[in-house]
Design a protein around this ligand. Structure first.
Ligand code: PLP
Length: 395
């Protein structure tokens, strides 16, 4: 699933194996006729906000993995989502979204789109009937993630594809958590695929990038126009770094996934751990659906809950020495996040409790470390949390 190195034009007969980094913002044209022809055809480069070689090469690699044609790279995952909304919607339209989308996407649904006169409804994506019920005559678009963050629930993708087709509305899938190795939205019947390339595809937490592609070239064109006009363009250097990272994508994911399975198994047996959520395990609430939707794979994301309140959570993070407490995912190293103090801070406690996000709830983006080091670090963390919970009384 990792892409092959792209071919670049040669220089004086020698073809570089590694893509050159092309930072030029502007490109010269031969004469006004040539420039005119270039604008008319859309081919070639004139000004970097409107496209540059490093972005195009990266987009081509992701297109290949997603089975897409003509997708483009944006300055962040949120820029990709913005390009979609700004390119495809107008005041009076309605959008349905999953009720557990990425935090900033939820903010887009709850605050930004309504501010622009676009109404939104959030619904439970584990239940296609709830999505169907949320669709109205003026609904233009349904936006979902396959694996919910941070609760690791699996969307009923087959039911949602059917519901959106029947209603004649567009389905956009944010494929960041799943990656094309676990799910390929366009092949499964979705209309639009989105990535935060920042995460698993790039893989090293040193670039901020996004990607979006639609099955219908007219939709891709509309999103691309918004991207250029609203200035959501990526930096050549970020694209160049991401291309390098993507060469090892499949190896990184396979190792991280094997580590996630081993860590889930180890956590399940640790005293003080209430529950572990990894889709590849038979005890996951959506295991059967996960196996069908994710092609038998479990991915690198898991969540778990320990007994105790904030004190136990603090103790866990301090005790799991060597595991970075950082609100991201998809890095080569394992990162730990605590939704109650970060992504879900603003969510009222009882709404959080309804979806199972307690003070003891953690999300783990599993990396590629030696598994025994990883398990040992989490064991120290869980033991520290249990000791804190015992001191403070169960929270
Ligand atoms: C991180 C993330 C985003 C936003 O991407 P940025 O590159 O941070 O802008 C969107 N969706 C999901 C699922 C993400 O994990």
């Amino acid at each position: 699933m990792s892409p092959r190195r792209p071919a670049w034009p040669g220089h004086a007969g020698a073809i570089p194996l590694v893509s050159p980094l092309q930072p030029s913002v502007v490109y010269r044209s031969a004469d006004p006729d040539a420039l005119d022809a270039q604008y008319a055809s859309g081919a070639g480069y004139t000004y970097a906000r409107e496209g540059h070689p490093n972005a195009d090469v990266l987009a081509g690699l992701i297109d290949g993995m997603e089975g897409a044609d003509g997708g483009f790279v944006t300055g962040s995952g949120m820029a990709a989502i913005s390009a979609m909304f700004l390119g495809l919607l107008r005041a009076g339209d309605h959008v349905v979204g999953a009720d557990q989308l990425y935090g900033r996407t939820l903010r887009m649904m709850n605050a930004e789109l309504p501010r622009l006169g676009i109404d939104t409804t959030l619904a439970d994506v584990t239940d296609a009937a709830a999505i169907r019920a949320a669709i109205r005559p003026e609904t233009k678009l349904v936006v979902v993630e396959v694996v919910s963050n941070p609760t690791i629930r699996i969307a009923d993708m087959e039911g949602i594809v059917a519901a959106t087709r029947e209603a004649g509305v567009l389905l956009a899938v944010d494929n960041t958590f799943t990656t094309p190795a676990l799910y390929r939205p366009l092949a499964e019947g979705a209309d639009i695929v989105i990535h935060s390339v920042t995460k698993l595809l790039s893989g090293h937490s040193d670039t901020t990038l996004g990607y979006v592609a639609a099955r219908d070239p007219a939709l891709t064109r509309a999103m691309w126009e918004a991207n250029e006009t609203w200035g959501l363009t990526p930096s050549p250097f970020d694209c160049w770094l991401a291309e390098r990272g993507m060469m090892s994508f499949e190896l990184r994911l396979a190792r991280a996934e094997a580590n996630a399975e081993a860590l889930a198994e180890a956590l399940t047996g640790m005293p003080g751990v209430r529950r572990v959520l990894w889709p590849g395990r038979a005890d996951h609430p959506d295991h059967n659906r996960a196996m069908a939707v994710l092609g038998g794979r479990g991915g690198n994301m898991l969540s778990f809950e320990v007994e105790g309140g904030r004190e136990a959570a603090n103790a866990l993070v301090r005790g799991a020495e060597g595991i970075a407490f950082a609100p991201t995912l998809g890095d080569v190293s394992t990162t730990l996040s605590h939704p109650a103090s970060s992504s879900h801070r603003a969510v009222p406690a009882e709404a959080r409790a309804r979806v199972g996000i307690s003070e003891g709830f953690f999300r783990v983006s599993v990396g590629i470390e030696p598994p025994e080091d990883l398990i040992a670090a989490f064991r120290r963390g869980v033991e520290a949390a249990s000791a804190a919970a015992a001191r403070g009384g169960a929270g």
